[in-house]
Design a protein around this ligand. Structure first.
Ligand SMILES: [Cu+2]
Length: 182
């Protein structure tokens, strides 16, 4: 009598489990058949385990904040190179102020980027510009679509140019004059 009661209880609880977990995929069925070999309390136990595992808190991952932001006193400048033109978001600079030049080649051709005193648009001028450049970013870093970030601080006042010194480009207008104040 007692044994049949246990069996009944098992069947009843199995039915309950079957009804209550209708949405559980078939692949999880073996877990309930396992319970039939042991006592009815096993069903309770297994559901308790399921509850425990489902309420298990996911490992809280500390958000690794990559502090790449520029310090507050750095002034960001957007410099855009196109096909034979240059633009800068700032045209008047100051000696001693740290600038962060974000240089983007938006053109379809390779360019380079230079800062130098105002130069003649001739071969001699290009040589002068190269010889007196304060900064030069080579062609290899400024392919179409490339972006280069350079921190730069002027140490002397005067009139300078942002340019691409590929001869044909410079001669056809790829320069932008800027002023540096003391
Ligand atoms: Cu160019």
């Amino acid at each position: 009598m007692k044994k049949s009661f246990v069996v009944l209880l098992l069947v009843a609880s199995l039915l309950l489990v079957a009804c209550g977990t209708a949405e559980i995929p078939v692949t999880e069925a073996p877990a309930s058949s396992e319970a039939t070999s042991s006592q009815s309390s096993a069903v309770v136990e297994s559901s308790a385990v399921a509850e425990a595992s489902s309420s298990e808190a996911p490992a809280s991952s500390e958000a690794s904040s990559s502090a790449e932001a520029a310090p507050a006193d750095v002034v960001e400048v957007q410099v855009v190179l196109g096909d034979n033109w240059v633009q800068s978001s700032i045209t008047t600079f100051k000696v001693g102020v740290p600038y962060r030049l974000v240089i983007t080649n938006s053109g379809g051709r390779v360019h380079n980027f230079n800062i130098h005193p105002v130069a003649e648009k001739s071969d001699a001028g290009i040589q002068f510009a190269l010889d007196n450049a304060l900064l030069s970013v080579p062609d290899s870093q400024l392919r179409p679509g490339s972006q280069v970030v350079v921190d730069f601080t002027f140490t002397q006042a005067g009139n300078f140019e942002f340019s691409c010194l590929i001869p044909r480009h410079f001669k056809s207008g790829q320069y932008f004059e800027v002023t540096v104040e003391p």
